[in-house]
Design a protein around this ligand. Sequence first.
Ligand code: NAP
Length: 311
Amino acid sequence: MTDPVKFKCASVVGVGLIGSSLARAMREAGLVDDIVGVDRDPDVIARAQKLSVIDRGETDLAKGVKGADLIILSTPVGAIGGVATELGDTADDGALIIDVGSVKGVAVEAASRMPERVCFVPCHPVAGTEQSGPEAGFASLFKDRWCILTPAPREDAAYKAAIDKAAALWSAVGAKVEIMTSEHHDLALAVTSHLPHLIAFTIVGAADDVESVAAGEIVKYSAGGFRDFTRIAASDPVMWRDVFLNNKEAVLEVLGRFSEELAVMQRAIRWDDGKTLEDAFSRVRGLRRAIVEAGQETAAPNFGRDEKAES
Ligand code: NAP
């Protein structure tokens, strides 16, 4: 049996949805004695403190990580490189640094540049909502969700121990841990998360353009399918800007494939090719069943929401 993971002081840099959820989950599981919130916005710190998510707060990074044996980078992806560079000089010796960013190439690059006296293990909890800020977080967010670790290419014993410690931390807050390369992660997530978000932003944007022609009707007649897209498209603009700018290659690759598939559908509709449409729709239904069987989603109609099912 391994020792239970425990930290004296955790600094959460970026006290938003994910940072505040991890702070809450760690506190609930008794994994940490003291939690410091570090955010550039003093109002966010005040709100997080009022919610008892953090014990104290700092707007200055160096002051906020002093004495921390765990540093959690939960800022948007675009800020991770700069914050990590600063931590290379300011973090305590032996500190474990993890991030939670949705793109991992940029985190591995930053982790590879760190001095050996600290260990940065890039992580991505595949769990979230379309909400932001400390009020949106909750302790059970990571329960039964995957957390993917993409370690830097470091072979020393301290780094190996840090990977084990990061994995133990995620397990202790209820997540299932998987280790892979950042390249594999960024391609897989481009398919399962980044492209669907791009499509949702585009569909809702296109509908908004039409809305000016048919005033009020899109809101009035919005069916379940469209409403699901609006939920995804309500996600934080800064977070998603950073995801696309930092996972350019993989997103452009899967977007190219998607465009080809869309052209096939367009052609089938134009030429009354019902067989191509039915075959394509039948093939993808199986994937929904597989996701439900893997416990990633409910089989209840309308995603189990307590409202009238609509097409
Ligand atoms: P969020 O609720 O917007 O929180 C991010 C916080 O970081 C904000 O308070 C922001 O302050 C602060 N911040 C930005 N730059 C900073 C800096 N340089 N130093 C200190 N604080 C800084 O975002 P989130 O949804 O928790 O996302 C955080 C990370 O988790 C992102 O990397 C995202 O890719 C990843 N992630 C998100 C989800 C999801 O579903 N949302 C799921 C998995 C992983 P300002 O508001 O002042 O900018």
